[in-house]
Design a protein around this ligand. Structure first.
Ligand SMILES: Cc1cc2nc3c(=O)[nH]c(=O)nc-3n(C[C@H](O)[C@H](O)[C@H](O)COP(=O)(O)O)c2cc1C
Length: 227
């Protein structure tokens, strides 16, 4: 697959087919993701592949916790503590776009919560990935990590799989730590659902817009003008 095709084809997938994913395929995509760049090649990633009974038990525990509470403080600030424009508007557009695709009205809190809970079933994907990093690594290593995550997702497209990166799990990181016996020197970065995209699911028709290139690019070309 051409790299540009993989970039455009990838989209956060929130409904998967009930089809098992072979260990070889996961191995294959992780083997490709190893080639992600990192400053001085420190390769700060650590991946936990969760399937079968472990996946089911972990999901059941987090779903039960999420049904009765709002979760715990995340291990690090992924989202801003206070939302401001232009990010607030973009975030809202994303949320309403997703719920609108599903026909969920703005007043329908119950269905919104039910959709949010789908995160904790990996949207029915048979494989869950959890990514961790050493606590003491600085921001640069997190930059490396982001590249790794995108490479995992593009490699997944390359082997015919789909993904959804998930920060939602951060609110339940202690349960994940407990189930996976994560050492105390590791921080949970995020989760990721991996499986075969259900192309007939309405939710997978949601493809959020992107800003045009000129809105985030300044050309310093000495021609005296920006376009
Ligand atoms: C690190 C990260 C965490 C995310 N967490 C969630 C999540 O918990 N649940 C979810 O449904 N989508 C999650 N998303 C998906 C974003 O909403 C999505 O990437 C964005 O709206 C752009 O859409 P696209 O990925 O389909 O292109 C996450 C994305 C990233 C990069």
């Amino acid at each position: 697959m051409h790299v540009l095709e993989a970039i455009r084809q990838r989209g956060s997938t929130r409904a998967f087919l009930p089809k098992a994913v072979s260990r070889e395929l996961i191995q294959q995509l992780l083997a490709a993701a190893r080639y992600s760049p990192s400053g001085t090649n420190i390769q700060p990633w650590r991946v936990h592949v969760v399937t079968g009974a472990v996946r089911d038990r972990l999901c059941a525990r987090v779903v039960a916790a999420a049904r009765t509470g709002t979760g715990e403080a995340p291990p690090y600030a992924y989202y801003p503590a206070t939302w401001r424009e232009p990010y607030l508007g973009r975030r809202r557009a994303c949320g309403w776009g997703l719920y609108g695709t599903l026909g969920i009205a703005k007043s329908d809190r119950e269905r919104m919560q039910a959709q949010q809970l789908r995160n904790f079933q990996f949207f029915d994907a048979p494989v869950g990935l959890f990514f961790t990093i050493d606590n003491d690594l600085p921001q640069g290593a997190w930059l490396d990590y982001g590249m790794f995550l995108q490479t995992v997702m593009l490699a997944a497209e390359g082997v015919g799989l789909a993904t959804c990166p998930q920060a939602a799990w951060l609110d339940y990181h202690s349960i994940i730590r407990d189930e996976l016996m994560l050492p105390a020197d590791q921080t949970l970065v995020c989760g990721m659902a991996v499986g075969y995209r259900d192309t007939s699911a309405i939710v997978n028709g949601f493809r959020p817009d992107r800003l045009p290139v000129q809105s985030f690019t300044v050309w310093h070309d000495g021609e005296g003008g920006l376009s």
